[in-house]
Design a protein around this ligand. Sequence first.
Ligand code: NAP
Ligand code: ZN
Length: 347
Amino acid sequence: MAIAKGYAAAAAKAPLAPFTFQRREPNDDDVVIAIRYCGICHSDIHMVDNGWGNSVFPLVPGHEIAGVVTAVGKNVTKFKPGDRVGVGCFVDSCTTCAQRDVDHEQYLPGLVLTYSGFEPGSTTPTYGGYSDSIVVKEGYVLAIPDNLPLDAAAPLLCAGITLYSPLRHWQAGPGKKVAIVGMGGLGHMGVKLAHAMGAEVTVLSQSLAKREDGLRLGASHYHATSDAATFTALAGQFDLIICTVSSAIDWNAYLGLLKLDGTFVVVGAPEQPVPVHAFSLIPHRRTLAGSMIGSIKETQEMLDFCGEHGIVADIETVAMADVNKAYERIAASDVRYRFVIDMATLA
Ligand code: NAP
Ligand code: ZN
């Protein structure tokens, strides 16, 4: 067993503090990774708060992992020491299916989350990327394109794929009007990706404070949802709306912005239920849908797409010891647009 250093929450809502734990000895199909950077996703905050009720403590968050391979098991063929790699939200998936469902594995039972899950067949919790190393099965390790810097590529492993997957599934592209609700970590990736796919992108943000950035990242339009006139001016306009908001908001108001057969996709995961009125959906045959990250296959496709288009996150690098301050700033929507922990600061 190798000793790893990291930061953990000891209990729900506890501040993150230094934590030492053991990583498993690599099996023949494992890749050992020295973590260089880890993005801070708003899900990490929900999980530390136990806001969804499924957290396992002590909890080492982090599922936007970028690092370098230091060793591989003898059956590993895709990676070698020195390779630049990423790990996202899960590190194993259904082992009972005869064949791994490479297109939908994130939706099947048996998914092992990168943190706050359990090592397969054991009661040992999985510990995430706010740490100096991780051991992951080869099939759950992603190759990061050479032209993308590791720090700004780290958020692609969750924020990137969480927007890429629904944009592809609902066919964002030329001729499609796409709105992104919330200009945070996920939202700003949605603007970049939808623009690169050729869609006409609108940002719906609480205020116009980040308008210049939204337009720079690829949006054609930017509106404040604090202004009631936005909802009348844009009624019936969009083919696809992707909502990244982390708190409960009135989805009924946003559903009114969809065209005939338009789809509102929930990716932001508020801790409270959101009531939806039948007549927000019935007229114009609207669809209310959800989407969760993406498969490993689709995540690699997304990373390659980002490599081709030169897309990474806009980041602010923070020291590990400042992670609790970063959480406060995210809760206050004060991040442009993703915090990334520099693991070299993990003393
Ligand atoms: P984030 O960086 O904090 O961004 C959320 C954005 O939502 C904020 O920047 C803000 O945008 C908007 N917002 C926040 N509070 C609001 C409120 N009360 N009313 C209206 N708008 C508000 O968070 P993130 O990392 O992008 O994550 C967003 C959500 O997605 C979280 O709930 C997270 O758990 C979830 N998530 C889901 C998946 C999935 O697979 N479905 C994957 C990753 C994360 P403006 O300032 O522009 O208004
Ligand atoms: Zn995430």
